[in-house]
Design a protein around this ligand. Sequence first.
Ligand SMILES: [Zn+2]
Ligand SMILES: [Zn+2]
Length: 453
Amino acid sequence: MSLTGSFAAALLHDVAVAPTFVRLPRLRTSAGGENGGDKPVFRFGRPRIRAYAASAGRGRASVAVASPLGRRKEGGSSARGCAALSPGSCSDLRQVSAGDFVVVNFYRFVHVENPEEEVAKHLAFLEDLDIHGRIYLNEQGINAQYSGPLADARSYFEWLREDDRFSDILVQISPALSGHAFPKLKVQFKPLVQVDGGIAHLPLLNPSMRATPLEPSEWNKRVEALSRSCDAFSGNVNSDCIILDLRNGYEWDIGHFHGAQRPEVDCFRSTSFGLSETEVNNSDPLADVDKEKTDVLMYCTGGIRCDVYSTILRKKGFKKLYTLKGGVSHYLENEGPVEWIGNLFVFDSRLSLPPASYNPRSTAQTCDLQHAIKKEKFAKCYLCGSVVQELRHRNCANLDCNLLFLCCSDCVSSFRGCCCSTCMTAPRLRPVLPGHQRYKKWHLYRDLEKQPS
Ligand SMILES: [Zn+2]
Ligand SMILES: [Zn+2]
């Protein structure tokens, strides 16, 4: 049961990634000692990110027959298990079978009268489906990221779309690399995103208070025009147009739009662009700009962070706010990596996806990548500052640290997969994993240690 033809096309074009918001600790600010040893230490805002030692999905494969609003029948076997779709190409997605695992993202701002009841309804529907992920509902709508076999993944969003409030959600689908991309399912009544001060008071349901969404093709034209201007690359804040990366610094480190300044934040909830009271603030591209005349082109992974943050900027007096509809993932799918360099950071166990995962035309980029990396000074090892070959973060081998960091292959071996020399002597060390693999539960490594050698 292959996914082919018009459905595949519909699936690919119809479907926006809502990034998830893991609560990330602040940068470690200690000035010395942790990287002692022979290696020179290169520090440039080394982000402190704790996330994910997500175990691979168990892969209860199911061949599910979608049955709108009702239960789907399960005729599953374990035959397809954790079908791995190559991270290499979107054309693979067009060959997706019902049991192949995908990752789905969407969000929608809409008034939900009784969100707790809605949570119960969703939980009941999902009960028989093999879905893992985070689905947040409240009075302001829904934000969902989940993984599962295509048939199950599809049943859920098709069921949701039968509800008028959610009929026009932009659903985005990308290939899972190895079974589930999330450790378990959470369906919760909680804020759709985390921002300092909360979002309950923000006018999210009023489109005129949000940024104007630009289709990927329109965004492409605007960014190409901007990249022809020297102002964009010099980060000149007096430019009448600014590209604002609404993500975190560590996301920018593996890929971003040309001309976008690295955001000096490691947690969306503490984003403060445009909020500084002083006019001189090098880390704030919106400091000292003309709020009435400057075009602010905002982007994030799937669009929700821009939608939320634009209402904050609107209240601060910014008039010309634009956002990339459906975020970078939707853009890569439709336009390829034009004006985009590197990979896209994703908040699930895959961590990083090359543009080709969204669009097969993307392979052309690799030719320019090394040149772009040199020019824009990104993709640097957090330990030594050399250019990393693999645009993917890894967790520190010390379970009790688990820092997500970017590391070159030399430092991986000399620091034995750890983020610093201190972690190398920690009691709960895990083996060094190839960059694409994720750590599993600790007991697997603990028990390994106990085996006689
Ligand atoms: Zn290094
Ligand atoms: Zn560490």
